[in-house]
Design a protein. Sequence first.
Length: 749
Amino acid sequence: MKPRDQTRQGQAGHGFGTAPVFLASICTILGAILFLRLGYAVGNTGLLGTLGIIVVGHLVTIPTALAIAEIATNRRVEGGGEYFIISRSFGGAIGGAIGIPLYLSQTVSIAFYMIAFAEALRPLAPWFEATVGVPFDPHFVSLPAALLLLALVLTKGAALGVRALWVVAVVLGLSLLAFLFGGPVDGAAPTELSAVAARPDPFILVFAIVFPGFTGMTAGVGLSGDLAKPGRSIPLGVLSATLFGMLVYALAAYKLAASASPEALAEDQLIMARIALWGPAIPIGLACAAISSAIGSVLIAPRTLQAMAADEFSPVAKLDRLLAKGVGEENEPRNATILTGAIVLVTVAAGDVDSVARMISMFFMVTYGALCSISALEHFAARPGYRPSFRSRWYISLFGALMCLFLMFQMDPVSAIVALALMFGIYWFLNATRDNDLAAIFQGALQQATRLAQIKLQGTPRLSESEWWRPSVIALSDRTFTHVAPFRFLGWLGYRYGFGTYLHYVKGRLDRQTHRECQELQSRLLEHTRSNDAGIYMDTIISPSKTSALAQALQLPGVSGLENNTALFELVSDDLDEAEGATDEVRDLTSGLALAFSTRTNSLVLRHTKRFFGKHQSIHVWLTWHDERNAALMILLAYVIIGHPEWKRAEIEIYAAVPYSEVGEEHAKLLDMVESGRLPIAKNKIEIIGTSDKVNFDELVRRRSSLADLVIFGFTEDRVRVKGASLFQRHPELGDVLFVCAREQILIR
């Protein structure tokens, strides 16, 4: 969906003020539910229960009204009302996913109100049957009334509809005054309140029946394209209508409870006529309420459709142009109104809209939830471009969104699932070809969450307990696309228990050319990450040498907020073919290890081969008398690796080569470490090997580990100083080998 700037199309609209917004909203709120079903609510839940329904319902509508007021003041709101707000905030895909069901619910609502209008005339059924001699059928009223309403809107446009709202509002107000100043029905005590229920219909069932009466508060938003100052009129009109409607519902509930018994309230849906000063005022008010609600919907539904068509919501371009076309300087949506009228007449003719009405409530609830979600996400994302002149609070919007979701499933779980599934289906269809700003909003929210977490972590005292240690590993390489083993290995370390940062090294100085080169590389790196399913952070770094690049990297905090405590280096057999120090890779390794030693960073040297870790089924850990500090880290890294799905069938085997005199002590120490540390290592996989000067250690390793998929050895700073890179040439008959040097005291217990 491609949102267009509708001001380019020359739509000036009618230039209405705030009053039409208030009237369209309040006349829809004070609709058929108030006249026909509020007494049923008092009779079934009592006064307190009904007041609870009103409060719970407005826990949804008030946050939504505040969210609409906020979003409407962030940018110019044009034709399309709620659809325009959502599509310009979430993008065309989300706008269409919500806009299409919203339009259908607005359209079917017109039919619902027309049927309610016919019900208002049911008291005249005896007169009609005596005069005409034909049984009364509500279709005799609803169909002609719908045709007349549509004809008036088509010929006179929104101006007539707004003028009609004034008349309807006056009649509606007089009807409510007649009711509020009426007396109790026969047999009811004037001072007795119906505080208890007549029959135990579930609270949520009664709520589901009454709640649609509160959903009219956004009716005035549909006039957004015809308002002179929508940024002022929408917040003022919608909020005032919401609060005023809440007050009227509460007063009406009190009056009903004080004027009739619970049984009478539960059974007589026109009980208000028996209470009013003049009984006929209630059917007249009901008729006006139904007409007013229908007028509100018939004004906004075609405008929603017109706005979607202007954004090319359908795959048929001719249909979009036809529906987007307006008439006159006010850009009246005549074609959209004709299509809307056809849907209305079909629905009215079908007559049974009860099941559709439940779906209408669901779609409105989803729409309100989306609006509240937009407000909450925008608050949290804190985008500089989001600058509304009226601001709600993020926690109010979030509460409103959660209430919508909760009440949907409380009211009707099946309808809730169907409504959500339909909207997600439409979104999935539109997302392939339409713009989608939802990702930008979520990205902003995630950035804010990351920022807050980083600041919080930085201000938190570092845990001194070494048992809480976890790997935060940084790797730097210029062979990312040719040597995948270090990349995959880092992904295994960072999959569940640790964190991995992989920096692709670009040799040179930071200038325009190298910066552009890194930007182009970034997309390749991300694709490389996705294709290898590596859950690590990828970036590039420019520096004259790898050593200087590593020096910069080691000074930066890890992306998780945890300091990078481990550096990963790589070697392949080709790097070691020549004399020590003869290759750039060997020189980079020795200088990099020197930096790691000086910063007390744990060091890992991965010597990888064409075996590529074999079948990922066996990890051998070799401990010697040099590995008192390394042992815990070596075993813990093996445990971290088998946490990855690729290693889920792997077994860890521990071999400890120690002097004969220390065999018993070392065996007890390792068993205690494994048991107390709850490590998944079988006792029979721990072997203590007594050694002396006569024992060939290399032969011991070859016999036991030549077929292992990964072998882990320890090394120390002193041995690197003495032997240099040749230290990592040992055991050439093995496959992939990880050399580990721990610079921290790590405990397993």
